[in-house]
Design a protein around this ligand. Structure first.
Ligand SMILES: Cc1ncc(COP(=O)(O)O)c(C=O)c1O
Length: 345
């Protein structure tokens, strides 16, 4: 095993043994190889550098209490990558190839897969980038697909489920109406970097984007979906500019298993006043409890027009915590995987 402090990994780059790479050219994928060379070698004229011909994924592998290694819902990531690549008009690996390369990445980097009991895992980052030289704006005809892996703990290094604050993004959008918000393409993240930096400088953990057409409805956080608990109901926004989060889909199934009503619908901003628990959800941490949302006229200005508060600033809400524990339990092999979400190494 690698000599790492498994309790203090946070969510940052750490070099493992190898990356897994395959190239697409003339209608064919090359056989995936495990390589110690972590650099891509292709032309500076590649589309990815100029026109953001790129999409990616994020998923996790866990070492369970029973010693078995589980990948969580990789089939969903494979399908989402195919959908993103199709929107960029680029080739994408088959579901089988995607899964095999993820399994290969975990196997070849097993020394870096955290042991059970540290709330840590291996984050897998499949990336698909256009690599043929080009000058005009065009979809890439040659593509590199790589699966990268790194051991990670909780996002900030803080204990899991520590509540954070959020602010509404009134004067920046992460996606356009009828744009690319529902695809996991690199360009979306470039768009949200500046407002995210502004929010972080102000001390907020999360930035909450509104629907870009009217700015009256909740969309999602910069890198996670929005979900709220209202009585016996799980509420999450229905919007075509939101990324279809696999964690959100999983939480919806768990909520239904626990007997909660699941509502995927338009969420007006003012409804924030009616929620008992609010969370950001995504692969990196499953959920981040949000204890308050400030409504500011602009991120740069000083005027906070309203603050919405949910539960305690110290603790995760009880319903959200129950859902979180069920998912983490399944990932760690502590709870029965009744939906067959896990794929074993
Ligand atoms: C914009 C955005 N929304 C939501 C999510 C959460 O998706 P998932 O649960 O599949 O990680 C992510 C992270 O992938 C994201 O980048």
């Amino acid at each position: 095993m690698a000599e790492l402090n498994w309790d203090d990994l946070a969510f940052r780059y750490r070099k493992a043994n190898v990356i897994i790479v395959s190239y697409y050219k003339d209608g064919q994928w090359s056989a995936p190889v495990a390589t110690k060379d972590f650099d891509f070698h292709f032309s500076a004229f590649a589309g990815v550098f100029h026109y953001a011909n790129a999409c990616f994924e994020g998923l996790k592998a866990f070492r369970g209490v029973d010693g078995k290694v589980r990948l969580f819902r990789p089939d969903e990531n494979a399908k989402r990558l195919q959908r993103s690549a199709a929107h960029l008009d680029m080739a994408a690996p088959s579901e089988e190839m995607f899964l095999n390369m993820c399994l290969m990445c975990v196997k070849e980097n097993l020394d870096f897969l955290p042991p059970y009991g540290h709330n840590a895992s291996m984050y897998l980052r499949p990336v698909l980038v256009g690599c043929n030289p080009q000058l005009g704006i065009a979809s890439s005809t040659e593509v590199a697909f790589a699966v990268l892996g790194a051991p990670v703990g909780t996002y900030s290094g803080a204990a899991g489920l520590t509540p954070g604050t959020a602010v509404l993004s009134r004067n920046y959008d992460r996606a356009a109406p009828h744009g690319t918000g529902s695809y996991k393409i690199a360009a979306n993240y470039a768009t949200s970097l500046h407002p995210y930096n502004l929010a972080h400088k102000l001390g907020y953990r999360e930035l909450l984007f509104l629907d870009p057409a009217t700015h009256t409805k909740i969309d999602e956080f910069g890198s996670s979906n929005f979900l709220a608990i209202k009585g016996n109901t799980y509420v999450t926004p229905l919007s075509d500019s939101v990324l279809p989060s696999i964690t959100n889909k999983t939480l919806q199934a768990v909520a239904a298993d626990f007997g909660y009503k699941v509502e995927k619908r338009v969420v007006p901003v003012e409804e924030l006043a009616e929620f008992e628990e609010v969370n950001a959800c995504g692969t990196a941490v499953v959920i981040t409890p949000i204890c308050s949302v400030d409504d500011k006229e602009t991120l740069e200005g000083n005027t906070i027009t309203k603050t919405y508060r949910f539960g305690s600033p110290e603790h995760c809400g009880p319903v959200s915590e129950k859902f979180y524990k069920r998912i983490r339990g399944i990932q760690d092999g502590l709870e029965e995987d009744t939906h067959n979400w896990c794929v074993f190494l």
